[in-house]
Write a protein that binds this ligand. Structure first.
Ligand code: ADP
Length: 159
């Protein structure tokens, strides 16, 4: 069996930064499972179903990339999928502290699961779903950050 990685996140909504990471991860692993999370501590603008549907629409068509939703403990999900790695993105130094804490806690919970950090193209290093939503709500141009396939749907919801 090939190597499987899980890329978890809120994807509220999926951005070109996320797609950049999915692309990079798919060059390193045989299968990438994009796991859209039910995150009780985050107030999402889009429902879980909408977020999953948007990632499916925007992600490259490949039988090596799968999109699912999950709730519960990440390491349990990773083990259930027989994955060996968790993919996370590092954009700026401010991402580091939280990601470092999560990675070490997940290692504590599951010794054999490695967290792999990937850096996006420079164009996306200052991009977050949160900032994108703010710009869209205020009528700014988000076309360089939003996947084409979901642009209409996102703007319709936020504007
Ligand atoms: P979460 O609530 O889990 O942080 P996000 O959808 O905000 O969910 O992010 C999921 C992962 O994708 C995180 O590791 C985050 O650092 C990464 N990520 C988000 N936006 C970008 C981007 N523009 N470039 C690279 N990685 C990103």
């Amino acid at each position: 069996m090939g190597k499987i990685a899980v890329y978890p996140g809120s994807f509220d909504p999926v951005t070109l930064g996320h797609l950049d990471l999915i692309q990079r991860a798919s060059l390193l692993f045989d299968n990438v499972i994009v796991a859209v999370t039910v995150n009780p501590s985050k107030q999402c603008a889009f429902s879980l179903e909408e977020r999953v549907a948007m990632v499916k629409k925007a992600a490259p068509r490949s039988n090596r990339i799968r999109v699912e939703s999950f709730s519960g403990l990440l390491v349990d999900y990773v083990r259930e999928k027989k994955a060996c790695a968790i993919i996370r993105g590092l954009r700026v130094v401010s991402d580091f502290e939280f990601e470092f804490q999560m990675a070490l806690m997940n290692r504590h919970l599951a010794k054999t699961v490695e967290t792999v950090f990937l850096m996006p193209d420079e164009r996306y290093t200052y991009l977050s779903s949160k900032l994108l939503k703010e710009i869209a709500r205020l009528g700014g141009n988000t076309s360089s950050f939003l996947p084409k396939a979901i642009q209409k749907q996102v703007l319709l919801k936020l504007q």
